[in-house]
Structures are given as C-alpha cells and as structure tokens.
Design a protein around this ligand. Structure first.
Ligand SMILES: NC(=O)c1ccc[n+]([C@@H]2O[C@H](COP(=O)([O-])OP(=O)(O)OC[C@H]3O[C@@H](n4cnc5c(N)ncnc54)[C@H](OP(=O)(O)O)[C@@H]3O)[C@@H](O)[C@H]2O)c1
Length: 400
C-alpha cells in the first residue's frame, strides 16, 4: 500500500528532522496528520506550517501558548500535554514514525500501533522495545499493524534476515562504531565531560543516544531490541566493533553465507527504507563512496572498559518471569543516570556503576500490562534518583 498519510512523533529531534528531509525528497504530496515535540515549539510550528500538518502537539504544556500563537491563522490545530500527545499518535495515518527519545515514547507508540490497522509504525525509539518489547509486538499483531525497525542496525538486519530461513540463521552480528572513547583507557574515561562524550566520531544524533554510544549502552540496548524484534536466542546475537560504521549489521546462515547491509552513516537510509518498504525510494542522504574507502576494520568488544553490553546479556538470561523487570530496570536506570551525567551530577564511569547497582537491587516483580510496566519503570527511576543523591552525599562527606 503506498503511503499517503503520515505522522511523526518526536518531529523536532535528530531522527524526526531526518524523517522530514526524507518525506520532502519524495515526489509525493503526503498528508501530514500529526507532528509532536516536547519543548521546541518554535521548530515544531515551523515544521507544521511547512508540511501543512493537521495538528501540532507539544508535550510540555508550558509552551502551549507560544505554539498556539505561532500557528494562529494557519488552520493547524495546536494542542499540548500527555493526553494530547497520545491522541495525536492515535490519529489515523498510513505510516507513523516513532522517534521520541526514551520511555516517554511508550504510550504514544502503543496508541500509534493500535490505530495503525493495515498501516505501518516505523520505530526508531528503542527504549520502549527494550522495556516492553513483548507488549509492543503483541499489540501490533493484534491490531494488524506492521512494525519496521529504523535503528540502523536493526533496519540492516531486517533487510538481510530471511524469515523463511529463520531456523538456518546461525548468528546476528550487531556492529558498533565503538563511540568516541573506543581507544580510551578506563583512566582516561574517568574525567571525560558531557561535551566530549557527545562528540560521536561517525553519527550526528540526539544527546541521550550520543551518551549511550559513548558508554556502549546503545549497543547493550540494541542487543535486547534485536532479541525482541527477531526472536532468536540470546546466544545467537553477537556484538562486533566496526569503527567505520559502513556495515550496519550482518546475518550469518548455516551455509556459511553472511549477508551484510552497508551504507553511509546517515539515518536517511533506514528511514527511506522504512518509508518505502517493500519498494525502494530515493534517499536525500549521503551515499557510500567505495573509492574513498580504505579499510573495513573489526575488533572484539573490550568488556572490561565497556561492561554495559555484558549486563544486557545478563538481563536477557534471567529466568523468564524476571527478565522483563530486569530489562525495564536496565533501561530506566540508564535514562536517569545519563540525565545526571549531562547535568554534571555524576562522572561518566558512574553511569555503569549506577545501572549495575539498580539492576542487582531492583525489587523482583512480574510485569506484564502497560500499567505494570509504567509503574515499575517509575519506581526504578525514583530508586535510581535516591541512589544518586545518597552516593553523592557520601562522597561530599568523605571529601570534608
Ligand atoms: N539519532 C539517531 O541517529 C538515532 C539512531 C537510531 C535510533 N535512535 C533512537 O531514536 C530515538 C530518538 O533519538 P534522537 O536522537 O532523534 O533524539 P532527540 O534528537 O533527542 O529527539 C527526541 C525527540 O523526542 C521529543 N521528546 C523528548 N522528550 C519527550 C517527552 N517527554 N515527551 C514527548 N516528546 C519528547 C523531543 O522534543 P524536543 O525537541 O522538543 O525536545 C524530540 O522531538 C531514541 O530512542 C534513539 O535511541 C536515534
């Protein structure tokens, strides 16, 4: 079915802006249903006017007045707050891009999936897949909504994964650039600033995912995401450092064939793939130039310097009824710790220590429904915040 109506959740972010670039590069007059943002009402209003969107929604209600004024006389509906965000996600659309960052995207994602009957939800927002993968995929199945992965690695795997040969898949090889500290010692990493951690060598992305790339937590989240999306055994998923970010991931089959997807380090490619699938559209982004390419290097991940990936495997290997709580805790503790690091409240290496502590000390609970997941996620966030405060006060006392 050719896509005619679209919505973008998280339109003002890095993936959201690339999605708009991809839409504008097609020779199609898309009807944009909803565009959403959290704080950036200026850009949201500009995007809504340019794309002639039906509705623009700002999650932070404090910006409603500004958004409304910026859109007055345009005929574009302005709305604000969480309920409005969910309502916008539920507007009928053939194709919805889920590009909010973090667990804040879960409820809108569920609303988009439930409305999407016969349509597609393209998911960049990996955190809900990590914390609530089974819930998200079951909802899609029930609603008849197609889920397409946009995370570059998962989009790559999707492109080379042969569902009819699933039993002959031996390994999924998730590639990782290694981030800005690939060659740093643990000693070097102790003092890095948020500004240094935000400077990714290959990709230009939002703040949270950039810090996740520096700790390799991004790859750790992606291991869990891959497990949910492709339904292979945990042991079949491997992480391989590939500093050039040219091969975005690979699938190895029983006959020894390894299928890889390659492309420039530009999110326009997976977004264009998800917009056109199963057809192939034209990307407005960069293309690979093989003549400029000197090396394709591969390295084993150093788990001593980057222990987050091992912890993701530990979460997945928990007994079935404990696994989901472990994944929620793993993700929520990271979101809180990354925020604390960006606000100069903790050091870079504290991020992992905090996640490890929270995963190991989390209350054991069975979580199944959306409400259970959100309640548990909230309790883990509170636990992580208290832990950071108590560790910081211990450090302050020790330094007197
Ligand atoms: N960037 C990449 O290259 C890339 C690649 C693969 C996967 N992903 C995944 O895609 C997602 C988005 O990443 P990004 O880099 O595009 O992030 P980003 O640049 O930080 O953008 C996040 C978007 O979500 C909105 N948002 C933030 N908090 C919100 C909240 N509480 N309620 C509603 N909306 C909220 C932001 O609005 P404001 O602009 O108003 O703050 C913005 O539109 C993440 O899950 C990330 O892991 C990103």
């Amino acid at each position: 079915m050719a896509v005619k109506t679209v919505s973008i959740l998280g339109a003002t972010g890095s993936v959201g802006q690339s999605t708009i670039k991809v839409l504008q590069a097609q020779n199609v007059d898309y009807q944009v249903q909803a565009l959403t943002a959290n704080n950036n009402w200026e850009l949201l209003a500009e995007q809504a006017i340019t794309l002639k969107a039906k509705r623009a929604v700002i999650a932070n209600e404090a910006h409603f007045g500004n958004l409304k004024q910026a859109l007055s006389g345009t005929g574009i509906e302005a709305a604000a707050g969480e309920a409005a965000l969910i309502e916008a996600a539920a507007m009928p659309a053939d194709w919805v891009m889920a590009a909010i960052v973090g667990m804040a995207g879960l409820k809108p994602l569920m609303a988009a999936i439930e409305q999407g009957q016969g349509g597609t939800v393209a998911i960049a927002n990996k955190e809900p897949l990590v914390a609530a993968g089974a819930l998200v995929l079951n909802a899609a199945k029930k609603a008849g909504t197609t889920i397409l992965p946009v995370d570059s690695e998962h989009n790559a795997i999707f492109q080379v994964f042969e569902p009819h040969n699933k039993k002959n898949v031996e390994r999924i090889i998730l590639t990782a650039s290694g981030g800005p500290f690939r060659n740093h010692s643990l000693g070097d990493m102790a003092d890095v600033t948020p500004e240094q951690a935000l400077a990714h060598p290959n990709w230009s992305m939002g703040d949270k995912i950039s810090i996740d790339s520096a700790t390799m937590m991004n790859k750790a989240l992606e291991v869990i995401e891959a497990q949910f999306l492709f339904g292979v055994d945990t042991e079949q998923i491997e992480v391989l450092v590939h500093p050039q970010s040219i091969i975005h991931s690979m699938v190895e089959y029983s006959d020894g064939s390894v299928l890889a997807q390659m492309g420039a380090a530009d999110m326009c490619t997976p977004i264009t793939n998800a917009l056109g699938y199963p057809a192939r559209l034209k990307t407005p982004g960069q293309k690979l130039d093989f003549k400029q390419m000197k090396h394709l290097d591969f390295e084993v991940l150093d788990e001593e310097r980057f222990p987050t990936v091992r912890l993701a495997y530990d979460c997945l290997k928990q007994e079935k009824d404990k696994r989901q709580a472990a994944c929620i805790a793993f993700n929520a503790a990271n979101e809180v710790a990354v925020d604390a690091f960006l606000n100069h409240k903790i050091a870079f290496l504290d991020i992992y220590k905090i996640i490890l502590y929270i995963v190991n000390h989390r209350p054991d609970e069975r979580v199944g429904s959306l409400e259970d997941i959100l309640t548990y996620d909230k309790s883990i966030r509170m636990m992580t915040e208290s832990y950071i405060v108590s560790e910081n006060s211990k450090k302050a006392k020790a330094s007197i």
